[in-house]
Design a protein around this ligand. Structure first.
Ligand code: NDP
Ligand code: 2IT
Length: 450
């Protein structure tokens, strides 16, 4: 009789084995706590040790990136690709260049990505990669030289049907262009090996906007479910990059009042609400400015406040769109004290465990990033489809499909996140997202044997 795994043992196995990987363990615990009853009710999941296998990356690639910068100096960085799970399709997930990148951060991101990708309903496995390279303040030439050196190592591990990276923090259209160019030169072939490419070389319309727009489409679905609407609501946004700016723009287009943006240095506050003109200007210029928010303040688009986050501002809706663990317990308290009714994550795991617990306890709407920011990777999936067919679809058809994918992600969360045993109509979006994604992934693994 085959041995069956049990939850307690798996928890302590992971805790012991990866005790120094705090972000990874945080992401794993967040999912496992919700799936205990599903797991315990399924004998096959236990027999085939599905939970342990879902938590452990299938493969981790490490490489050293030694490169010569434009001054002729040698620089040495670390690079990784975590190929977490391929049961549902090629490994898929972004690349992050940031000095805080380490294996724990990439393992948490790769793990979450598998669940997010499962929620989109598209055939994509999950992965994540990146480097501790800090691109801030570097010349365009140095960025190109670094991207080329990084790809020289990464290229042997990826492919259109194997592993398809994309952007993430500090990896946008420019970096994807340089990475793609190096891949093409080394492999002598055009294939959809990266997403987020330029429109002239296999990129997709709407990919740049997709994460932020998708976040607001998800918000719209939440509002519709509660018989409310975005129009007239006050919204605090953190971050000032791809996700934050496109989320803020779409929120304003839907009639919301967006009162903040932020970055690692401070806050832009505008209590009357940022205009679509200001946000479009920021979208066009953020990639080339050192501090787009300070530049916006100089143009009277808001007030720049050094070293502040937006969470003390009075708002109805909070959209954390910067980075992991940016929203702490005291921030959650401040939001709740000020009457905030909804928190939807644009970033990956931006709320700490303590902050999450406060939101769930208060029974406000709390949506984890794996559901609410799934629009980016969903559009990446559509880019892969276009590359495989050697075609390019038009923007309005893709925007419509993004909208309907976000509606269906919302629906999956509602189906698994309602009926909390207390007779209320409260939707636990975190539980819903975790369970819906777990079932798909676990069943795909089960069907394929060991
Ligand atoms: P960008 O590089 O475009 O922007 C990142 C923003 O977050 C910048 O404003 C940056 O400020 C700020 N930030 C980064 N690190 C920190 C920090 N430690 N503390 C405070 N602020 C910080 O990245 P994206 O907008 O693409 O990504 C933002 C989040 O969204 C990430 O969590 C990412 O994983 C997630 N995400 C991205 C998707 C995409 O398609 N791009 C898809 C789904 C999720 P500064 O410039 O000062 O560093
Ligand atoms: O976190 C994410 O979903 C992303 N950075 C996008 C991944 C992708 O492959 O488009």
């Amino acid at each position: 009789m085959a041995q069956k795994s049990n939850f307690e043992e798996i928890f302590s196995f992971l805790n012991d084995k990866f005790s120094n990987e705090t972000e990874y363990l945080q992401a794993v615990h967040e999912v496992l706590e919700d799936v205990v009853p599903i797991y315990n009710a399924n004998e096959d999941y236990k027999t085939f040790d599905i939970v342990r296998r879902i938590c452990m990356p299938e493969r981790i690639i490490y490489f050293t990136v030694s490169w010569m910068n434009s001054e002729g100096d040698i620089e040495v960085n670390q690079g990784w690709r975590v190929q977490h799970n391929s049961a549902m399709g090629p490994y898929k997930g972004g690349l992050r260049f940031h000095p805080t990148v380490n294996l724990s951060v990439l393992k948490f991101l790769a793990f979450e990505q598998c669940f997010k990708n499962a929620l989109t309903g598209l055939p994509m496995g999950g992965g994540k990669g990146g480097s501790d390279f800090n691109p801030k303040g570097r010349t365009d030439r140095d960025i190109m030289l670094f991207c080329q050196a990084f790809m020289r190592e990464l290229q042997r591990h990826i492919g259109a049907n194997t592993d398809v990276p994309a952007g993430d923090i500090n990896v946008g259209a420019r970096e994807i262009g340089y990475l793609y160019g190096e891949y093409r030169r080394l492999n002598n072939k055009f294939e959809g090996v990266l997403t987020g490419k330029g429109l002239e070389f296999g990129g997709s319309y709407v990919r740049t906007e997709a994460t932020g727009f998708g976040l607001i489409y998800f918000l719209e679905a939440v509002c519709r479910h509660r018989d409310s609407e975005i129009e007239g609501q006050t919204i605090a946004v953190s971050g000032a990059g791809n996700v934050a700016l496109h989320g803020a723009l779409k929120a304003v287009e839907k009639g919301g009042k967006v009162i903040s943006l932020s970055n690692s240095r401070g806050l832009l506050h505008n209590e009357d609400g940022l205009t679509d003109i200001a946000l479009k200007w920021a979208i066009d210029n953020h990639a080339t400015r050192n501090n787009i928010l300070a530049d916006m303040a100089e143009q009277n688009m808001g007030k720049w406040v050094l070293d502040k986050k937006p969470w003390h501002l009075k708002c109805d809706i909070a959209l954390p769109c910067a980075t992991q663990n940016e929203l702490l317990e005291e921030d959650a308290k401040a939001l709740l004290d000020n009457g905030c009714q909804m928190v939807l994550e644009g970033a990956n795991m931006p709320c700490t465990n303590e902050a999450q617990a406060l939101f769930l306890n208060a029974k406000i709407v709390y949506v984890p990033g794996k559901a609410s920011n799934a629009g980016g990777v969903a559009l990446s999936g559509l880019e892969m489809g276009q590359n495989a067919m050697f075609n390019q679809r038009n923007a309005s058809a893709l925007d419509e499909q993004l909208y309907s994918i976000m509606e269906s992600v919302h629906q999956r969360c509602v189906e698994e996140g309602q009926n909390n045993g207390d007779g209320s109509s409260y939707i636990d979006y975190m539980k819903g997202a975790n369970i819906a994604a777990f079932r798909r992934l676990a069943d795909a693994m089960l069907a394929q044997g060991v």
